[in-house]
Design a protein around this ligand. Structure first.
Ligand code: P6P
Length: 353
């Protein structure tokens, strides 16, 4: 745990000073994501009460038109970023198309990709939910952002992070310079304070995390991998406990801090899996890599996948490197039929079957 009192703003600014060529644009972008996190957290905190306190005609306690929280979170992030002249485009899990920067505002040289409120189906169960974001550098020559600027491999990301709305609100971010840092919101002063400096995934795993309710549909290799994690199949691996919340950010955050592996595999019904490559998996994989971990789709490094469509899905195995590599071994050994279905989709030679 950190001893000194450092706000996220000061941390981001001090990191920027280490790069004289930095213009401060990325710093301001990250700062705005921290502001969005505070605004979304304030609504998430009393989400469960809106139904109790909400006015009869569907308005919330402040007389505002009651919005679904994920729509609200999406609009907060959009409105904080559409006019800042820092972005040339945005991509949201909530919207089918590329989000253009309104004509009246100047275009910048970054692209912001985000899942505004991941796991929102858990809100009325009071289970932790999260926001996921990542930032690519513009590569095309024109002013407006294009698919070329967006469909870049995760290895080219400039920054990525998530916000976890849990027992406390935490924001975790990393940049291309490396280092993964966690900040906990002190609500009484509205500041994110450094609480987890330079997070490294522990080499000793504690949990595995997956929805084992789908085991019947899993491929043989994924089932063998799961038995190996439980210490049932194969010699020598200590059996791990199972933890699963059904909220990616919460399950990944635990994996980041305690070690282990989270996985949402592809299967023969849905070879491409469920996770969105551009607005979920790339960010998670970038953070995992900078914390000494690894993220794979079961075939190879998530960060090396060349995206071919905006809402492309991917299987996801992420956490302690040795465990994720072991998953790849089991899949290579036992799941050639699944690979034959999935690889054409991964390479953009065919859409999801
Ligand atoms: P399942 C939430 O809907 C989500 O996208 C992730 O946050 C989570 O990891 C996954 O889906 C849960 O899916 O099928 O286990 O409910």
């Amino acid at each position: 745990m950190a001893e000194k009192t450092v706000t996220i703003e000061r941390h981001i600014t001090e990191k920027q000073k280490q790069h004289p060529q930095a213009t401060g644009t990325l710093t301001a972008l990250l700062y705005d994501m921290a502001l969005a996190a505070k605004m979304i957290a304030s609504q998430v905190r009393h989400a469960g009460l809106i139904d109790i306190l909400g006015a009869a005609e569907g308005r919330n306690v402040y007389g505002e038109q009651q919005q679904k929280l994920d729509v609200y979170a999406d609009s907060v992030i959009f409105k904080l970023n559409d006019h800042t002249h820092r972005l040339c485009a945005m991509v949201s899990e909530e919207r089918d198309e590329i989000i253009e920067i309104p004509r009246k505002y100047g275009k910048g040289r970054y692209v912001l990709l985000y899942d505004p409120l991941d796991g929102s189906s858990n809100i009325d169960l009071n289970v932790s939910i999260g926001t996921i974001f990542s930032i690519h550098r513009k590569v095309s020559t024109g002013g407006d952002g294009t698919l070329e600027d967006i469909l870049q491999p995760g290895s080219r990301l400039v920054a990525a992070g998530y916000v976890l709305y849990g027992s406390s609100t935490m924001m975790v971010y990393t940049t291309e310079q490396g280092g993964v840092h966690g900040f906990t919101l002190e609500p009484s002063i509205g500041e994110f304070l450094l609480s987890h400096e330079d997070i490294r995934i522990p080499s000793r795993a504690t949990y595995y995390s997956t929805n084992q309710g789908y085991e019947k549909a899993w491929t043989h290799g994924v089932r063998r991998f799961t038995k190996w994690l439980q210490g049932i199949d194969g010699e020598g691996h200590p059996s791990l406990g199972l933890r699963y919340t059904g909220s990616l950010v919460a399950d990944f955050h635990r994996t980041l801090l305690r070690g282990g592996v989270f996985y949402y595999p592809g299967d023969m019904q849905q070879p491409e899996g469920k996770m969105r490559l551009m607005v979920e998996a790339q960010a998670i994989a970038f953070i995992a890599r900078h914390a000494g971990g690894y993220a794979s789709d079961g075939y190879g490094d998530i960060l090396e996948i060349k995206p071919h469509k905006l809402h492309q899905r991917t299987p996801l195995f992420v956490g302690s490197r040795d465990l994720v590599v072991q998953a790849e071994h089991f899949i290579r050994q036992h799941d050639q039929d699944w690979l034959k279905q999935y690889l054409p989709y991964r390479e953009g030679r065919q859409d999801a079957p």
